[in-house]
Design a protein around this ligand. Structure first.
Ligand SMILES: Nc1nc2c(ncn2[C@@H]2O[C@H](COP(=O)(O)OP(=O)(O)OP(=O)(O)O)[C@@H](O)[C@H]2O)c(=O)[nH]1
Ligand SMILES: [Mg+2]
Length: 200
């Protein structure tokens, strides 16, 4: 496992088009999940920054893929959130073009070492989450799951929820790590970091 200084991080580019994705040969870990699941909050928490990634109370405002360069050694890739219903047709088109540009038409897809799929522990897996997990499994893209906002559940409710996911969403997919996390309490931060670094 590599040693990485997570305090050294910059937003390299907020890409609105696939041709703006960085082409340098560094490993990428992509964060996927619905709007408001806590992708930006997780990035800020992992990198020990208050507002490197913009956290908004109005989800889905800008549709971009944000590449955070960490210690000149890896990219954390903040993918545009899905499942935000009040989106204009133009925003939906931008979402599809970017997501397709990242997963399907990306000449540098071999640099994607893993997807961290975020699922809100109180909302549970949505149909869109299930679709994404099936897509990742079918395309043999390595992934692990982070359950976000775990500060909102009691320890026993948390255990019940995560056990159910293992039998439900991951049924037929295999034994995939599910890491409980909270950007508010810091729960699971070291485990998520460890999982990321282990993939490099
Ligand atoms: N209680 C609690 N709230 C959280 C946590 N993480 C994020 N939030 C809140 O959830 C909301 C959305 O967080 P973001 O990090 O902006 O979510 P996102 O996935 O980046 O959303 P988009 O960029 O719109 O796709 C904000 O109001 C955050 O403060 C958490 O661990 N616990
Ligand atoms: Mg965000």
């Amino acid at each position: 496992m590599e040693k990485i200084n997570t305090n050294r991080a910059v937003l390299r580019i907020s890409a609105g088009r696939p041709d703006q994705f960085p082409a340098d040969p560094l490993p990428q870990i992509a964060l996927s999940g619905r709007s408001n699941v806590g992708k930006s909050s997780l990035i800020n928490s992992l990198l020990g920054r208050k507002s490197l990634a913009r956290v908004s109370s109005t989800p889905g405002k800008t549709v971009t893929v944000n590449f955070y360069l960490v210690d000149d050694a890896l990219y954390l890739v903040d993918l545009p959130g899905y499942g935000f219903t009040r989106r204009s047709p133009a925003e939906k088109k931008a979402w599809s073009a970017l997501t397709d540009g990242y997963f399907v038409k990306n000449p540098n897809i071999d640099r994607l070492v893993a997807v961290n799929q975020l699922i809100d522990v109180r909302v549970g897996p949505t149909d869109d989450d299930r679709m994404m997990l099936r897509f990742l499994a079918n395309n043999r893209i390595p992934f692990f799951i982070t359950a976000t906002k775990c500060d909102k559940l009691s320890p026993s409710a948390l255990r019940t929820a995560l056990d159910a996911w293992q039998h439900d969403v991951l049924h037929g997919i295999g034994n995939i790590p599910i890491l409980p996390f909270s950007a508010v309490s810091g729960m699971g931060k070291q485990q998520v970091l460890h999982e990321i670094l282990a993939r490099l």
